[in-house]
Design a binder for this molecule. Structure first.
Ligand SMILES: Cc1cc2nc3c(=O)[nH]c(=O)nc-3n(C[C@H](O)[C@H](O)[C@H](O)COP(=O)(O)O)c2cc1C
Length: 412
C-alpha cells in the first residue's frame, strides 16, 4: 500500500513526525544585532508550526559569528544566550511540530564586504564570472582550524539540544565548508583531509560522529548533502551514494538531498552544465536512486509545490518531502492541502540574462515574504523581482554595517 503524505513517520532515533512534509532550511537574515533570534523569527516560526508541516528545519545557524553567510544570520556558540533559542523552539513545537536546527559554516562562501574568516580546504577562490570580486580568496585551513570547526559544530549541536530543539541538520551541501571538503574542485589537499573520497568525507564524518557522541542516540541528527554539485569534475551522484554509505553506521536519521552551490545554483532549478534538472522535484531521480540503496531515510528538497508531486516523491521510496520557497509564500500549505489537494504553491523563477542576478532576485523574493510573515503581514504573491532585489541589497548593506560595527575588534 502506498504511503500518504499525511501519514506519520518514525525516525531511527525514535522521534515521530506527524506527517511527511518538512519545511526545508531558509536563511532568513532576521537575527537581531547580537545574531540571536528575535520577534520576527518568533512570529515566522509560529506561522510554520500552525501551518501544518511535520518538521521545521531552521535556516542555517552559524557555528562561528566570524564566519557568516549573511549579516543578519543567527549564530549559536559556546557563550550565546540560550533564552531566545528556547523561545524559538517552544513556539515552533506547538501543534505537534518538531524542530531541528540546521548548522553551517560557509567556508569560502563569505561576501567580501562582511569580512571575518574566509576558510576552505584549499585556497581556491569562487569563480562567479564577472561577480567573482564579491568574494575574497580563501585561506587553506590548518589542522587546528579543522579541529576547531569540528568542536564548534559539536558545541552548537549540544546547545541546540539544551535549548529544546529535537535535532540538528549538518549542512554539507550548496558549496559551503563541508561541501568544499567533499568536492575535488575545491579540495586540493594532499593530507588526510583531501585526495580520496574517504579523505574528503572525513570532515563530515568526524562532525557527525562527534555530534552523535555528545548529543546521544535519541537526538535527531541529519545531513544535507548534494546529490551532485553540477560542475564538471565535481562531486557527483556516485560520490553522494558512497558518502551516504559511509554515514550508514553512524546512526544518521535522515539525509536531505539537494544540489549545487553559489557557482552552479542547481537548488534553484538551474544546472551549471549540460545535465538538465527536472522542472519539478529537481533532485527526485537522484534521491530515488540513493533511497533505493540505503537504509537511511532520504528527503529531497527543490521545486516541490504540488501535492501530486509530493506524493510522487514518496512513491519513489523517498521518506520525506522538503519544501522551502512554497512555504515562504504560504506557510499554511500543508493545512490547505488537506482540504484543497489541487492547490499549487508558489516558487519564483526569475530568468534574466544574468544568472547570478536572477538567483539573487529569486532569493530576495522569498526573503521578502519571510520578512512580511515575521512582521505579521500577508505575503505578496505579485512582488516585483527587481524591487525586491533592490530592497534586499539595501537592507543587506545596512545589516553589514551593523555587523561590522558590532564586531569591529574582530572583523578585519
Ligand atoms: C531565501 C532562501 C534561503 C535559503 N537558505 C538555506 C539555508 O540556510 N540552508 C539550506 O540548506 N538551504 C537554504 N536554501 C535552499 C532551500 O533549502 C532549498 O534547498 C531550495 O530553495 C530549493 O527548494 P524549493 O524549490 O522548495 O525552494 C534557501 C533558499 C532560499 C530561497
Amino acid at each position: 500500500m502506498s504511503v500518504n503524505i499525511f501519514d506519520s513517520y518514525t525516525l531511527p532515533s525514535g522521534g515521530v513526525l506527524k506527517n511527511r512534509l518538512v519545511k526545508a532550511a531558509m536563511e532568513e537574515n532576521l537575527a537581531n544585532g547580537e545574531q540571536l533570534p528575535d520577534s520576527a523569527l518568533f512570529k515566522l516560526y509560529e506561522a510554520w508550526a500552525k501551518g501544518g508541516v511535520g518538521l521545521i528545519i531552521t535556516g542555517n545557524v552559524m557555528i562561528d559569528h566570524l564566519a557568516m553567510t549573511g549579516p543578519g544570520g543567527v549564530a549559536l556558540e559556546v557563550n550565546s544566550d540560550l533564552d531566545a533559542f528556547k523561545k524559538l523552539a517552544e513556539l515552533a513545537k506547538q501543534n505537534n511540530t518538531k524542530i531541528w536546527m540546521q548548522l553551517n559554516h560557509p567556508g569560502r562562501q563569505v561576501f567580501k564586504k562582511m569580512g571575518g574568516k574566509v576558510l576552505s580546504p584549499s585556497d581556491v577562490a569562487l569563480n562567479m564570472g564577472k561577480h567573482s570580486g564579491l568574494f575574497a580568496k580563501p585561506k587553506a585551513m590548518t589542522h587546528s582550524e579543522i579541529k576547531d570547526v569540528i568542536e564548534r559544530f559539536t558545541i552548537s549541536a549540544t546547545r541546540a539540544k539544551e535549548a529544546g530543539f529535537d535535532g540538528v541538520e549538518i549542512h554539507a551541501a550548496h558549496g559551503y565548508l563541508i561541501a568544499q571538503f567533499l568536492s575535488p574542485l575545491t579540495n586540493k589537499r594532499d593530507d588526510e583531509w583531501g585526495g580520496s573520497l574517504d579523505n574528503r568525507a572525513r570532515l563530515l564524518l568526524e562532525v557527525v560522529k562527534s555530534v552523535r557522541s555528545q548529543c546521544g542516540e535519541d537526538f535527531a541528527l541529519a545531513v544535507k548533502l548534494n546529490s551532485a554539485d553540477f560542475q564538471r569534475g565535481g562531486f557527483d551522484v556516485d560520490d553522494a551514494l558512497a558518502v551516504v554509505k559511509m554515514l550508514e553506521p553512524l546512526h544518521v536519521d535522515m539525509v536531505e538531498l539537494s544540489g549545487g552551490s553559489y557557482e552552479a545554483p542547481a537548488m534553484q532549478g538551474r544546472s551549471g552544465n549540460a545535465r538538465t534538472l527536472a522542472r519539478e522535484a529537481y533532485f527526485l531521480e537522484f534521491a530515488a536512486k540513493i533511497a533505493n540503496e540505503t537504509k537511511i531515510p532520504i528527503m529531497t528538497t527543490g521545486g516541490i509545490k504540488r501535492l501530486p508531486v509530493a506524493q510522487q516523491v514518496l512513491d519513489s521510496g523517498v521518506a520525506l518531502v522538503g519544501m522551502a520557497s512554497a512555504l515562504a509564500f504560504n506557510p499554511e500549505l500543508p493545512n490547505h492541502w488537506q482540504r484543497v489537494p489541487g492547490l499549487v504553491g508558489m516558487i519564483p523563477q526569475v530568468s534574466w540574462k544574468d544568472k547570478t542576478l536572477s538567483g539573487l532576485a529569486n532569493m530576495a523574493l522569498v526573503k521578502r515574504q519571510l520578512r512580511r510573515l515575521g512582521d505579521g503581514k500577508p505575503v505578496k504573491l505579485d512582488a516585483s523581482p527587481i524591487y525586491s532585489l533592490i530592497v534586499d541589497q539595501l537592507r543587506s548593506a545596512k545589516l553589514t554595517k551593523r555587523y561590522r560595527k558590532r564586531y569591529a575588534d574582530e572583523v578585519t
